[in-house]
Design a protein around this ligand. Structure first.
Ligand code: SF4
Length: 189
């Protein structure tokens, strides 16, 4: 198609106006949701957090209203996951303290029993401490040949990505003091 000078100016003008119109549509100063048709009824508090489940460290946005978590979704601004979430991270809402399905008491099923019994936290701590001590005493290895080793090979400790530095430090100390040599971390597996 051949364009003379006048046609060229007309076309340039029309194209520029088109861009202005498009820019007006896209950058009209309204938030993106205004164009989505979703009507937001009220503002809620939004905070960022990190997924506690694994070592990838995906970022999430937590929306809360009146102190209650009402939504958790992948943070689009987070460099690791850019808004995405795996099935496990996507179900993080279940961790919220106000989740009615979250267990709040200790349930114990005795060996051979088909029934669960409710127990107190004190009872559970006592029971775990006793079992750890029994296992350690029964499987203590003081010497390996001529070497003094002082360890138990019957207990293993597995840390989780939800633990912070200080908790990892304390758990490692406690396990070393108990003579546990099998110390692992979920994020390394
Ligand atoms: S569990 Fe899933 S969402 Fe959570 S940090 Fe790991 S990959 Fe990311």
């Amino acid at each position: 198609m051949e364009l003379n000078r006048r046609d060229f100016l007309k076309l340039s003008g029309a194209t520029s106006l088109g861009f202005v119109a498009m820019n007006t549509l896209v950058f009209e100063g309204k938030p993106a949701y205004a164009k989505s048709g979703i009507v937001l009824k009220k503002l809620v508090r939004e905070t960022t957090t990190t997924c506690p489940y694994c070592g990838c460290g995906c970022g999430f946005l937590v929306s809360s209203d009146n102190g209650k978590v009402i939504n958790i979704e992948g943070d689009p601004d987070h460099p690791v996951n850019q808004g995405a979430a795996c099935a496990k991270g996507g179900s993080m809402r279940q961790l919220a303290a106000d989740n009615p399905y979250r267990m709040s008491t200790v349930l114990y099923r005795a060996p051979g029993s088909a029934d669960w019994e409710e127990k107190s936290w004190d009872w559970a701590m006592e029971r775990m401490a006793q079992l750890i001590k029994n296992t350690r005493d029964k499987n203590w290895v003081a010497k390996d040949g001529n070497y003094l080793v002082n360890r138990t090979e019957a207990i293993a400790a597995l840390g989780g990505a939800a633990l912070d530095n200080e908790e990892c430090y304390l758990l490692s100390k406690m396990n070393r003091a108990l003579g546990v040599v099998y110390l692992e971390h979920q994020a390394r597996i």
